[in-house]
Write a protein that binds this ligand. Structure first.
Ligand SMILES: O=c1[nH]cnc2c1ncn2[C@@H]1O[C@H](COP(=O)(O)OP(=O)(O)O)[C@@H](O)[C@H]1O
Ligand SMILES: [Ca+2]
Length: 503
């Protein structure tokens, strides 16, 4: 009887596995585990982020900067992932200034490149690409002396190849590339490609050239000014133009040349009275230093004189009039032009204005004013005496300080009379230096393009946003836990009440 009882009890225990509740609970647990594994695989969220790096050297007309970018290794094709990790300003002037001593151009990069070696983890050195792009200073040197420009490029190339990084080239980039990559940079950093919420135009002011780039809905009448991109599944039809010689340093030469020409018939000391410089500013300058550029006619001396006296007048209205003269608006072969017979559709949408636009407007505290207020404030600033200014800003480089009145006036004239911004559209311009930690400029866009980091089509995005993924995992884990408890309770039942049933 005892044995029979025991056998019956065992049967009951075994049979409890066949109870429908237990089958359902087991099936649910199995499905839960399968779903969790499947989501985890699709989501593919790595626990340890590994970073990759890229180096771009911006060899500008006035100076060279080295930028180091960083991005999570697994997310190369997700827009918005690349950020600036570090930047370094190369001491001295731009590489084009080494035309007479090319080997020094390469040497000048040493300090910043050594810094790059320290910043990037050693095990990543070999796979880190390094690019050098030279802009308008080298374009001008190439026009002036092709051999010298090649020697300078060779020198910087040799220097970069001596580092443990993956050297990917040193070249002069075109004005179109400079404009388009600046536009890609600001829109990438603002996450405009992924959001598809419209784009911002890019205004870049350098020392030797200036670029304007924006999406236009109008027909672009000249093919030279048109660039098409397909990025992240969207088509972009861009207008871009780079004005060589219209960077602020070259325009200063142009405007001095225009003012000095009528005085060249004088035989005594040549005094140039310049409305764009402050009252009390009086400096002896050599013709060579001011006019040694393919942007101006070569005036090396006049009647044996090597120098002239540059004297400030501090008259904003006259300065404005003088600067207007560097824009030729008398002839246009298209339906509309900006200046110098260059096609330009009307400006559209918001703009980010960076590089010297920012340096100058930020120094002059003009970034938040409307156009009319900016002009008024600048007028007052230009009349300030040179002595007062020097006392007020003892730490500012004298060359910059002396030129801010001119540069501010040039910026306003370029935007208003050149690109045809109005009182209304002026409000659409943001003067910017950085977006997040990354500087606005062409270098990031250049690297993103050369490393194919912005695909034409949007890559497959994870099934869920990360937060949703974590929540789902939590809920499923909780459910599985509850099912386990329920299963346990059902499993235990036969040993308790079944006893009574048997008796
Ligand atoms: O702190 C500053 N204050 C005023 N101007 C600045 C400052 N830093 C840089 N700049 C100016 O910004 C411009 C940068 O031009 P860049 O060297 O990039 O030439 P590029 O783009 O024409 O080749 C130069 O005119 C330089 O003098
Ligand atoms: Ca530049």
């Amino acid at each position: 009887m005892d044995e029979q009882q025991q056998q019956q009890q065992e049967m009951k225990v075994k049979n409890s596995w066949h109870r429908p509740q237990i089958i359902v609970v087991t099936a649910l647990i199995a499905v839960g585990i399968i779903i969790m594994v499947a989501i985890a695989v699709v989501q593919h969220k790595p626990l340890n982020q590994k970073y990759k790096y890229g180096i771009v050297l911006d060899a500008g007309s006035s100076h060279t900067s080295v930028y180091i970018y960083e991005w999570p290794a697994e997310k190369e094709n997700n827009t918005g992932m690349v950020q600036q990790k570090h930047s370094c300003n190369v001491k001295g002037k731009g590489i084009s200034s080494y035309s007479g001593t090319p080997h020094k151009a390469g040497e000048s990069l040493k300090e910043c490149m050594d810094e790059a070696k320290k910043t990037i983890p050693k095990h990543r050195h070999q796979e880190t690409p390094v690019y050098l792009g030279a802009t308008a200073g080298m374009r001008l040197l190439k026009m002036d002396d092709n051999t010298a420009s090649e020697k300078v490029l060779k020198s910087v190339a040799t220097s970069l190849q001596s580092y443990p990084f993956s050297y990917e080239g040193a070249r002069i980039i075109s004005g179109q590339e400079e404009g388009a990559f600046g536009w890609i940079t600001v829109n990438y950093l603002s996450d405009n490609f992924r959001k598809a919420s419209g784009t911002v135009g890019a205004l870049d002011l350098g020392g030797a050239s200036t670029q304007i780039t924006f999406v236009s809905r109008q027909e672009l009448e000249s093919p030279d000014n048109s660039i098409d991109f397909r990025l992240y599944g969207n088509d972009y039809h861009l207008y871009t133009h780079s004005f060589l010689c219209y960077g602020k340093d070259q325009v200063l030469k142009l405007s001095l040349e225009k003012q000095i020409e009528p005085k060249l018939d004088m035989t005594d000391n040549i005094i140039l009275e310049d409305p764009c410089f402050h009252p009390g500013y009086i400096v002896n300058k050599s013709f060579q230093s001011v006019f040694d550029s393919p942007c101006v006619k070569k005036i090396n001396s006049f009647l044996g004189q090597q120098s002239f006296i540059h004297k400030g007048l501090g008259d904003w209205n006259k300065c404005h009039e003088a600067i207007k003269k560097v824009f030729n608006t008398t002839y246009c072969r298209y339906s509309r032009c900006s200046f110098n017979d260059i096609f330009q559709p009307p400006v559209e949408g918001r703009f980010g204005a960076f590089s010297a636009y920012f340096f100058v407007m930020n120094f002059l505290n003009l970034t938040t004013f409307n156009l009319e207020e900016a002009k008024k404030n600048l007028e007052t600033y230009c009349t300030t005496s040179w002595d007062t200014l020097k006392q007020k800003h003892p730490k500012v480089k004298e060359k910059y300080l002396a030129e801010y009145c001119f540069s501010g006036t040039y910026i306003i004239t370029l935007l208003e009379d050149g690109y045809r911004f109005t009182n209304e559209t002026w409000e659409n311009i943001d003067f910017i230096k950085k977006i997040g930690d990354s500087e606005a400029g062409w270098t990031l866009g250049y690297m993103l393009n050369l490393t194919n980091m912005i695909p034409a089509e949007a890559p497959d995005t994870p099934l869920l946003p990360y937060g949703g993924y974590v929540m789902l995992m939590l809920i499923l884990s909780l459910l599985i836990f509850v099912f386990f408890i329920l299963g346990y309770i059902f499993f235990r039942r036969p040993s308790g009440p079944t006893h009574k049933e048997i008796i």
